[in-house]
Write a protein that binds this ligand. Structure first.
Ligand code: CP
Ligand code: NVA
Length: 302
């Protein structure tokens, strides 16, 4: 395992499987009251430049369950919010903490924090990627379909951070992934270049019905991500027809599950009916953030 978790492009299939296996173990231990305080006495700093419910609560409680503690560091309060350079923040925090989780805008900021830190840095979402989310998603797919190899996932909507990481995670683990986005909202060029190597296991189309045909997993995310609120109105128009609804579900495999990283906007990227019908898999996915991140922290910070 490398020092940091910055993006899934940095992980091999073996490393991803190691995280998923440990996450399953963490979940088992928690449910059976088996102690797993492997990070006793350690502290995680959590820097947030964007809002969060799941990431914040699952990292904080996860760290507590591992025997350590977590500090919530809002950019409103940190000197970083007033312009203190990332390279200084990194070197200072490395003297106090055992690990840093950061949620911010530019991927480069996370990369730079990791470069200047002597402690592990974990990406809790950037505009480019959301690796912790996708590790929890892969864990969930494995729970429902028993394997990842050969399972077909369809992503419908915006070619955003979640989509970028999903493509990398799915292909690395031997899944097939088909992505449908409106024109102009395709995944990042680096991701498309990575996906080229996987031949027919990857496809990018502009037709949701084509992407979702016979899919085992349907995945969607908001049409306007954090920081894109001003473009919301335009996006609502551009994404018309890219909703996960009964019609899309009818073309998918009859046992298909639905995943959504949340928060969800019912009536936009997903109908309330489809969301509620598949609430079990969606909330298992949210729960699995806790177990997957505990595995990541244990592997990086022990
Ligand atoms: N899915 C996810 O990362 O949720 P939060 O924004 O609530 O952390
Ligand atoms: N794409 C969304 C994911 C939120 C967890 C965003 O970046 O806002």
């Amino acid at each position: 395992m490398k020092k940091d978790l910055l993006k899934l492009l940095d992980l091999s299939k073996e490393e991803i499987i190691e995280i998923l296996n440990l996450a399953d173990q963490m979940k088992y231990n928690l449910k059976h009251g088996i102690s797993h305080d492997v990070l006793k006495g350690k502290t995680l700093g959590m820097i947030f430049l964007k809002s969060s419910t799941r990431t914040r609560v699952s990292f904080e409680t996860g760290m507590y369950q591992l025997g350590g503690q977590a500090l919530f560091l809002s950019s409103n309060d940190l000197q970083i919010g007033r312009g203190e350079p990332v390279e200084d923040t990194a070197r200072v925090l490395s003297r106090y903490l055992n690990g840093i989780m950061i949620r911010t805008f530019a991927q480069e900021e996370v990369d730079s924090l990791a470069k200047w830190s002597s402690i592990p840095v974990i990406n809790g979402l950037t505009d480019f990627s959301h690796p912790c989310q996708i590790l929890a998603d892969l864990m969930t797919v494995r729970e429902y379909h028993s394997a990842l190899e050969g399972v077909k996932i369809a992503y419908i909507g915006d070619g955003n951070n979640v989509c970028n990481s999903l493509i990398v995670g799915a292909l690395t683990c031997g899944m097939k992934i088909s992505v449908a986005t409106p024109k102009g909202y395709e995944p990042h060029a680096d991701i498309l270049k990575f996906a080229e190597k996987f031949g027919d296991d990857f496809s990018l189309v502009n037709c949701p019905a084509e992407a979702s045909a016979n899919a085992d997993v349907l995945y969607t995310d908001v049409w306007a991500s954090m920081g894109q609120e001003e473009e919301s109105q335009k996006r609502m128009k551009d994404f018309a027809g890219f909703q996960v609804n009964d019609e899309i579900m009818a073309g998918a495999h009859s046992k298909a599950i639905v995943l959504h990283c949340l928060p969800a906007h019912r009536g936009e990227e997903i109908t309330a009916e489809v969301f509620e019908k598949h609430a079990n898999s969606i909330f298992d996915e949210a729960e699995n953030r806790l177990h997957a991140q505990k595995a990541i922290m244990a592997l990086l910070m022990k």
